[in-house]
Write a protein that binds this ligand. Structure first.
Ligand code: COA
Length: 235
């Protein structure tokens, strides 16, 4: 894989079901911290070398945001176990790497899919698959997580990660992806992110978590993978 230049409103990458909802057309310019600045980004599989950066990105959100319901910081060993479990189960975990003008590379975000629940009907797990026709591998339901470094938000990194993880999901014949998004007054940007990229809000679960001295609702966003096509501004 090679580094690609990316910029917010000029390089939007979308994915959508084959029947576009209309919400997916066009570009969505927003204020940028450094408007117009192009950056080089590479998307690749996560490795143990990325873990320190992932810890930093995650801990910043744990300490300051309801986007994760974790309340205690994670460390490298925690993330090593998490990545190893994902990899063992065959779930994809991708990272975004930024190269600065000197060529120095920094991990600035990640996106992974993971098991939604353990019961077999959600997963068509390997145990079941070994006894069923291969077509049953299309039954899988997975959950998505994605975090980008705050200094790099609004530069299409999240969109690139999403596009790449959807290709991985399709390769694995997953059927549907759920994004569980805390519905916080401060979270309208992150909710819109999913809707504008083809996820549909199926419902909001009330007061599922309690963080920063308040109850937090969770929106359940769903993307069906069957018939999904990927679109960029160019096509
Ligand atoms: C959700 C998230 C991954 C998006 O990442 P990103 O790299 O900013 O993604 P993009 O740049 O592709 O798109 C971000 C959207 O915010 C807009 N935006 C512009 N400037 C922005 C800024 N300074 N900060 C955040 N978003 C900005 C972008 O234009 C884009 O708008 P659109 O949805 O209307 O197209 C990121 O905000 C994040 O890590 N949030 C915290 C974790 C989280 O909530 N994860 C989701 C649940 S697991």
């Amino acid at each position: 894989m090679e580094f690609e230049e990316t910029i917010s409103s000029e390089d939007q990458t979308f994915c959508s079901p084959t029947k576009p909802t209309g919400l997916l057309e066009g570009t969505f310019p927003k204020p940028l911290s450094s408007p117009g600045k192009r950056i080089k980004v590479l998307i690749r599989d996560a490795t143990s070398e990325d873990l320190p950066a992932l810890v930093d990105i995650f801990n910043e959100e744990i300490a300051t945001s309801t986007c994760t319901f974790r309340m205690r910081p994670v460390d490298i060993e925690d993330r090593r176990a998490w990545l190893s479990e994902l990899t063992k189960d065959g779930y994809p975990c991708l990272v975004a790497i930024h190269a600065d003008d000197t060529g120095k590379e920094t991990t600035i975000g990640w996106c992974n899919l993971s098991r939604y629940r353990y019961q077999e009907a959600y997963n068509a797990c390997d145990f079941i698959l070994s006894r069923l026709e291969s077509s049953n591998s299309e039954r899988r339901t997975v959950e998505i997580s994605m975090y980008t470094h705050r200094d790099f938000r609004g530069r299409n990194i999240g969109s690139k990660l999403l596009k790449a993880i959807l290709l991985e999901a399709q390769k694995r014949n997953y059927r549907t992806i759920l994004a569980m998004v805390a519905a916080d007054p401060a979270s309208s940007d992150r909710e819109r992110f999913w809707v504008q990229r083809g996820f549909e809000l199926r419902g909001t679960l009330r007061e599922l978590g309690f963080k920063f001295d308040r109850w937090v609702d969770v929106g359940v966003y769903q993307l069906m993978l069957e018939g999904l096509v990927h679109r960029t501004k160019d096509n």
